[in-house]
Design a binder for this molecule. Structure first.
Ligand SMILES: Cc1cc2nc3c(=O)[nH]c(=O)nc-3n(C[C@H](O)[C@H](O)[C@H](O)COP(=O)(O)O)c2cc1C
Length: 421
């Protein structure tokens, strides 16, 4: 008997029916209604919205797992994750300074990373994509990547330095997406050329705008932050032109980061040729953000007039809210830099950074303990904390709303919002 039922054509990849395996059904509808293009990464169709990695402890399993569960890219920041695990903090508390203490802290952080990846995966329920963000500048860079790969992480994202050795570190993991964070076309060309020699291409590249993003910034010094080469209108088309000349334009999606707050912002960078956006601050202040409520309130209540750029202990420019601690520090920075000198050891026995302005006595760099300050912020200590933030008013102003509401607002603004979680 001939089959009288004509075969259904396969749904197009931008049809919500094609996405429901990886995207939450509501989000798939919103994506279709938004007119935005989905992100295609490693054979998956995803929301064109990446939640950037945020340390210390700002993006751990709750935030990353929730973003992934809706069909976005959720990113766990690898830095000092033991701070979310009281037993691991207990294990590393009050150890006599020295190499044994450092080894214990490193082991605790790798244990915490393993737990966070497992918890995030559980929360994601098989949707979206789960990534780990590791800063090139941290001492635990290679061990953190190796551990995350062993845990089966979907993607490794590296910022705060050029990850020229990432293909070697991930050689045994060809299915894992490798994503460098860069800020201009020169960086894109450099990384792609180096990686090509190792027979690996980036699976995507984040172009993070140093004039707009929060946290450490991809410019050599503060005076460079406004350089026109970083403008999306320049950096995105120039990066695409290079990728086109190398014949790999279709294989390496560009993800634009920094100051993205609305559907219009996403559309603007997609019109420039970007495939997706990465956002930090709007996700940091969501209900599911892993930091304390007071941390979220500091970010949500700050305006552009409250923001300040300074040189971090990692030697990179950084952007944060001018809170009491940062204001006091910046007023004494020149005095601290004048007496900078190499110390015999890290005050915390942690040696979190491979090169640290405070420990190594680098007079042009920051002179404070970044792990201390960022951990205080994560705990909601508004007096002592360092609160990284990107520029621009947030999608919900000062309100703390859920990741789902944020996704809806980013794709179909003006539609009746879901009730607050
Ligand atoms: C609180 C905070 C912490 C951050 N920590 C990191 C980090 O550890 N590693 C990293 O690559 N980027 C970090 N970022 C940058 C974000 O991942 C993201 O690219 C950036 O914030 C985008 O700009 P936006 O905040 O304006 O959206 C951080 C940003 C914030 C706001």
């Amino acid at each position: 008997m001939p089959d009288t039922v004509s075969p259904q054509p396969a749904p197009r990849a931008d049809d919500p029916r094609a996405c429901t395996a990886t995207i939450d059904p509501d989000c798939a509808q919103w994506l279709q209604a938004s007119g935005l293009r989905p992100l295609r990464l490693r054979g998956r169709t995803l929301l064109p919205i990446v939640q950037g990695g945020m340390g210390v402890g700002v993006s751990a399993h709750k935030l990353a797992g929730t973003v992934a569960s809706l069909g976005g890219v959720g990113t766990i920041s690898s830095v000092d994750l033991r701070r979310h695990h009281p037993d691991l903090m207990e294990r590393t508390h009050g150890l006599p300074p020295g190499a044994a203490a450092r080894d214990a802290i490193d082991a605790a952080n790798l244990e915490a990373l393993t737990r966070e990846i497992a918890l995030a995966r559980e929360r994601a329920g098989g949707r979206g994509l789960l990534a780990i963000n590791v800063m090139r500048a941290v001492t635990a860079y290679a061990p953190s990547i190796t551990r995350a790969l062993a845990c089966g992480i979907d993607a490794v994202v590296v910022g705060a330095g050029l990850p020229l050795d990432l293909p070697e570190l991930a050689r045994e993991h060809p299915a894992t997406a490798l994503i460098p964070i860069l800020s201009d076309a020169r960086g894109v060309q450099l990384v792609v050329r180096k990686w090509e020699r190792r027979q690996r291409l980036p699976d995507a590249i984040v172009i993070e705008h140093p004039r707009l993003a929060g946290g450490h910034l991809g410019a050599a010094k503060i005076a460079d932050l406004h350089d026109p080469r970083f403008e999306f209108e320049n950096a995105i088309p120039q990066s695409l032109a290079f990728l086109r000349s190398a014949g790999i334009e279709r294989e390496v999606p560009i993800i634009a980061a920094g100051g993205i707050r609305t559907r219009a912002d996403i559309r603007r960078v997609q019109d420039l040729g970007a495939a997706a956006v990465q956002m930090g601050t709007p996700f940091a202040v969501t209900t599911e953000g892993d930091a304390d409520l007071a941390f979220k309130q500091v970010l949500a209540q700050a305006s552009d007039a409250d923001m300040v750029e300074f040189t971090s202990v990692a030697g990179l420019p950084a952007r944060a809210v001018r809170t009491p601690w940062l204001d006091a520090y910046l007023r004494t920075e020149h005095k601290l830099q004048a007496v900078a000198h190499p110390k015999t050891r890290c005050t915390k026995s942690f040696d979190c950074l491979a090169q640290c302005g405070l420990r190594d006595g680098l007079a042009q760099w920051g002179q404070f303990c970044i792990d201390n300050q960022l951990a205080a912020a994560m705990r909601g200590d508004t007096r002592k904390g360092l609160f990284f933030r990107g520029v621009g008013a947030l999608p919900f102003g000062e309100q703390i709303r859920s990741v789902r509401e944020l996704m809806q607002q980013l794709m179909v603004p003006g539609q009746a919002l879901l009730p607050s979680a």
